[in-house]
Design a protein around this ligand. Structure first.
Ligand code: SF4
Ligand code: SF4
Length: 530
């Protein structure tokens, strides 16, 4: 196997051998490659036959790409089934050979070994495209669940997949497509923002308890708000409380979700702590998206998956969304006998969320005034994925050391490093504000653009610095979106991606000023100049 798509890749170079650091087995990695090669074949088959593309073709592309994101699916059977479905769809689009032999037809499947063994700059650019569109597909998938699609976004998947399969493409052809991933992702995040806010309302600031009340409960994790809505409906009046975990935390801010009184609070911290945190709770856990770690035998019978998430041996809830097995498990286990007070990693007993664009833009004049009066000196966007690497406490220390006249905006699961800290307020606004999930980077961009307009300057001229953390591929497409918008001087950690070659890195450094994080003290000094 070869895989280097996430931050914890072996020796910061690539996972090889029998199993990846995440627990993905070599056979699964091969099947994921085969699936990606089949999707490239499907994209090739679409060229010149666009009029034959149906919703089924589009959905297969989304599903196929989303399934191969880190920590989404470890189930070989599901990959085989998907590969077969992609093959059948290709045959429908391009019935060039009834025996399924497409050699010489122009729409044969792609052998991913060619990519992994390519010149390192080509491999780097194609990896940026592939890992980027895997994540764009995840966002498009969530929007599609709520009935929102965008033809332009969808068309781009075919273009990008075809480009990955082109052995004659060099830097000149690939680089613009890399940046186009960022542009298309912005459209896609805007679509998902519209889907979420029109379906569930605009997020409002919410204080979220970390206490788990006595009695039966279910923990729900991942990014899919629709799954949470279905679960809340099906558990209403049954004496079962619901607790969010990981990236589901911002759900507490949506009016159409928080109206359910049995949506009680948040349990646990970020994904990498799940094997420890889920081990002893008397309740089931439902995974709606990444980040799933291979469950330990001690709690595997209480973990359920749905949508594109799957792991061999776990109960999977199908498209009909009947959560009865999860509900029965919650009632069988019964929950805690007494209320349990949990804390965040810094000992805090509550967290806040819901500072998305609508909330912050409604107080934009207050914010502008505070900056002009010198009450707010600087804004930091400290966001992105959490992970297991030791150096990630950089982000906790960085936030702790931000001066009292600065504001920290955050999003995605990296916030669990510091979201229980009490940083106080400035002009009635909390100094630490959680914008939402990773896809809510769209909201952060809208806030930055609005501030730039209010100050009559560009985003790069704002007193705003981005200090980002990455783990898996969603961070890739968000970073590409920020580059597409021309945002400079982003600090990135805890390490730089293994799939960024020296030449590509030099390009990013020269053109966009991307820099690795150093120490909180040095970075704060460099940013604030004191
Ligand atoms: S997803 Fe990450 S840890 Fe898993 S095999 Fe790939 S690079 Fe390794
Ligand atoms: S932000 Fe990234 S690392 Fe965190 S749960 Fe979401 S996908 Fe996983």
């Amino acid at each position: 196997m070869f895989c280097f798509q996430c931050e914890q890749t072996a020796a910061c170079k690539g996972c090889t051998g029998k199993m990846g650091v995440c627990g993905k087995k070599a056979d699964t990695a091969e099947l994921q490659d085969q699936l990606t090669g089949a999707l490239i074949g499907l994209a090739r088959a679409v060229e010149g036959r666009e009029n034959r593309v149906t919703m089924r073709t589009d959905q297969l592309i989304l599903e196929g790409l989303f399934t191969t994101l880190t920590n989404v699916n470890f189930d070989d059977e599901m990959f085989r089934e998907l590969i077969a479905r992609v093959g059948l769809e290709k045959e429908r689009l391009a019935p060039v050979c009834s025996a399924g032999d497409y050699a010489g037809s122009g729409c044969d499947d792609y052998d991913m070994k060619k990519l992994w063994e390519a010149d390192e700059d080509i491999r780097s650019l194609k990896s940026l495209i592939l890992f980027g569109i895997r994540s764009v597909a995840a966002y498009a998938y969530h929007a599609a669940v709520l009935g929102y699609c965008d033809a332009e976004v969808q068309r781009f998947f075919y273009k990008a997949l075809s480009a990955i399969g082109r052995d004659d493409f060099g830097m000149e052809e690939l680089l613009p497509i890399v940046l186009e991933v960022g542009e298309v992702n912005l459209k896609c995040m805007a679509m998902l923002d519209e889907a979420n806010t029109k379906t569930f309302g605009h997020p409002e600031p919410a204080e979220v308890s970390l206490t788990v009340e006595k009695g039966p409960f279910i923990v729900i994790t991942g990014h899919d708000l629709y799954d949470l809505k279905c679960l809340l409906e099906q558990t209403a009046g049954k004496g079962i409380n619901i607790y969010t975990h990981g990236e589901m935390l911002p759900a507490h801010a949506y009016p159409e979700l928080k109206k359910y009184s049995h949506l009680k609070g948040n349990f646990g911290t970020a994904w990498q702590n799940q094997q420890k945190e889920f081990a002893d709770i008397p309740a089931p856990v439902l995974f709606t998206t990444n980040c799933l770690m291979p469950p330990k035998a001690s709690y595997g019978d209480r973990v359920f998956t749905t949508e594109v998430v799957s792991f061999p041996g776990l109960t999977h809830i199908g498209a009909e969304k009947d959560f009865t097995p999860v509900i029965e498990k919650a009632l069988e286990l019964g929950g805690f006998a007494e209320d349990q007070q949990f804390t965040g990693i810094n000992g805090g007993d509550k967290v806040m969320t819901g500072f998305a664009r609508n909330t912050l833009l409604s107080v934009a004049d207050k914010v502008v005034e505070a900056v002009k009066a010198g009450a707010i000196r600087h804004f930091f966007l400290v966001g992105g994925c959490d992970g297991a690497r030791m150096g990630r406490n950089y982000y906790t220390e960085f936030v702790k050391q931000t001066p009292a006249d600065t504001v920290v905006l955050t999003l995605a699961c990296g916030k669990y490093r510091f979201n229980d800290l009490e940083l106080g307020t400035i002009g009635g606004l909390p100094r630490l504000m959680d914008i939402g999930q990773c896809n809510d980077a769209y909201s952060a961009i809208q806030i930055a653009v609005a501030l730039a307009e209010a100050f009559g300057c560009g985003v790069n001229d704002l007193p705003l610095s981005m200090v980002l953390s990455w783990y898996e591929q969603k961070a890739v497409c968000i970073l590409l979106t920020l580059l597409h918008l021309g945002i400079k001087n982003i600090r990135l950690g805890p390490t730089l991606p293994a799939f960024v070659s020296t030449n590509v890195l030099n390009f990013l450094v020269e053109k966009y000023g991307i820099a690795p994080i150093t120490t909180p003290e040095e970075d704060l000094k460099a940013i604030l100049g004191a």
